[in-house]
Design a binder for this molecule. Structure first.
Ligand SMILES: *[C@@H]1O[C@H](CO)[C@@H](O)[C@H](O)[C@H]1NC(C)=O
Ligand SMILES: *[C@@H]1O[C@H](CO)[C@@H](O)[C@H](O)[C@H]1NC(C)=O
Ligand SMILES: *[C@@H]1O[C@H](CO)[C@@H](O)[C@H](O)[C@H]1NC(C)=O
Ligand SMILES: *[C@@H]1O[C@H](CO)[C@@H](O)[C@H](O)[C@H]1NC(C)=O
Length: 443
């Protein structure tokens, strides 16, 4: 009964939802002194999604509070392996963490030194070619590029917007008007790239190298800012830095996580796959097609399949976005971090079950431009997570304590959106916010 009433309020009265939210929040704050504190750190790629999900989770499980320090993948891996034995990387504590976020894989040496480590995919995200061309903007026209052309722009081989290759891509993709506009542009292309070691860069380069033998040979796939030494680039820190640079610079191009492009209302180029005449627009749905095709191919990247890692870029499907990467959580299977108890292990596992299974968290992922794991991948990952993570030799997964979705979580979608300033609504028409009001699936 109560649940049903909440639903109708949600759909028709946002003001009342706010009221409900405040009530729930007061409860969560009141209990925070006895909360189980979960610490995490790592990749900036999923940073905003994780922050929002952790915020939302307070309303699902008020006895658990969580923090995520965006150190980058390397800092996350250092913390989960070395704890407070590590040298401060400038981000400071916490050094002892319950899980790390990472876009890059652990290497053989790390597995040898810490055999207890395990990676689990959390979501897949798109990296997108963002651009700023006033003449296209004024006339609300798209930019269409093949992956090969994107590769040549980022290698420095294509230097001008009036290049015939760019013209031809747009004609082939059905964008004659855009092609005609581009042909008249006299400005050269200003290319923005990341300044620091970056998982986003690695996904971007691996995607381009997979699509272009030229790029693979000339530029390679390093996560470091290694490009064409004779071409000119603008270097910026973090996704936000590159995106802000492109936003502020006419005739610029760059790459960022889809969520950041959406947040800043930046245009991203559509991709025309070889042999196709229908370009693809980046969206959470286009990422989902890629993950549905490749997400279960664990080990297709040369890693041992039981590591649960895979390349999900350059999917063949005509609707699949090509520049896609998994981001992972990294945990120790049997050992606790310093200062933790079995409660911390349980709370961490339960959070991840909620993250994968609840409609709220899955929608939140889509809002940020990520694809939640398709069901078959999700089942494989959660089955492993629940079986792997132990405390004192006993499985930490606590069936009785898993909360997937309840009345409290429903307002959170809207609250979190409120906090984001409604940034995403209306920006990406592929995002829908249908809150499910059916009773929670509890196993
Ligand atoms: C907060 O703690 C009190 C006392 O332990 C408990 O009765 C109440 O249900 C808790 N509130 C929440 C939201 O968990
Ligand atoms: C490197 O950049 C220069 C200058 O833009 C360009 O002429 C050359 O083709 C580029 N090299 C590669 C491998 O793309
Ligand atoms: C294309 O643009 C470059 C400058 O970016 C200019 O030098 C060249 O003349 C242009 N070519 C044509 C055909 O307009
Ligand atoms: C979301 O709700 C709207 C309005 O109730 C409906 O038209 C639409 O089909 C729903 N979308 C999904 C994905 O369920």
């Amino acid at each position: 009964m109560f649940r049903t009433r909440i639903c109708s309020l949600l759909l028709f009265s946002l003001a009342l939802v706010d009221f409900l939210h405040l009530e729930v929040r007061a409860e969560a704050v009141a209990n925070s002194s006895t909360a189980t504190q979960i610490y995490a750190a790592g990749a900036t790629f999923p940073e905003e999604l994780y922050m929002d999900a952790m915020f939302a989770y307070q309303f699902v499980e008020p006895t658990v509070t969580m923090s995520y320090l965006p150190t980058g993948s390397g800092g996350g891996k250092k913390r989960i392996t070395q704890g407070d034995q590590m040298k401060d990387d400038g981000f400071g504590p916490p050094f002892n963490i319950d899980f790390a976020g990472s876009d890059s894989l652990l290497n053989a040496q790390q597995y040898a030194d810490y055999p207890d480590l395990q990676m689990y995919p959390s979501v897949a995200g798109a990296v997108v070619p963002i651009y700023n061309i006033p003449e296209l903007e004024e006339r609300a026209l798209d930019l269409i590029l093949t992956p090969e052309t994107v590769a040549k722009i980022f290698s420095g081989a294509i230097k001008n917007w009036n290049d015939t290759t760019i013209y031809n891509d747009n004609v082939a993709g059905g964008n004659q008007a855009g092609a005609d506009v581009l042909k008249k542009i006299k400005s050269s292309i200003i290319v923005f790239v990341r300044n620091e070691d970056s998982g986003t860069t690695e996904i971007w380069k691996k995607s381009l190298a997979g699509a272009s033998a030229y790029f693979a040979k000339q530029i390679g796939t390093s996560s470091k800012p290694v490009w064409n030494s004779t071409a000119r680039y603008e270097y910026r820190d973090e996704n936000n830095g590159v995106a802000s640079g492109v936003l502020a610079t006419d005739y610029a191009v760059g790459y960022s996580v889809l969520g950041v492009a959406l947040k800043l209302k930046l245009k991203s180029a559509m991709i025309l796959k070889p042999g196709s005449t229908t370009p693809i627009r980046a969206s959470a749905a286009a990422v989902e097609f890629a993950v549905a095709e490749m997400g279960l191919d664990f080990g297709n990247n040369g890693d041992a399949p039981e590591r649960l890692t895979a390349n999900v870029m350059n999917a063949q499907g005509s609707l699949a976005w090509p520049m896609v990467g998994y981001t992972y959580l990294v945990m120790r299977k049997n050992t606790l971090r310093k200062g933790a108890t079995c409660e911390h292990r349980k709370a961490t596992v339960n959070f991840w079950i909620w993250f994968h299974k609840s409609d709220v968290a899955r929608n939140l992922a889509r809002v940020h431009g990520f694809s939640p794991l398709p069901e078959i991948v999700q089942n494989t990952v959660l089955t492993r997570l629940m079986a792997d993570i132990k405390c004192d030799g006993v499985i930490a997964y606590d069936n009785n304590n898993v909360k997937i979705i309840d009345g409290h979580t429903i307002p959170v979608v809207f609250t979190t959106l409120g906090i984001l300033g409604n940034t995403y609504i209306g920006v990406d028409p592929s995002v829908t916010f249908n809150v499910s009001c059916s009773p929670a699936p509890r196993d």
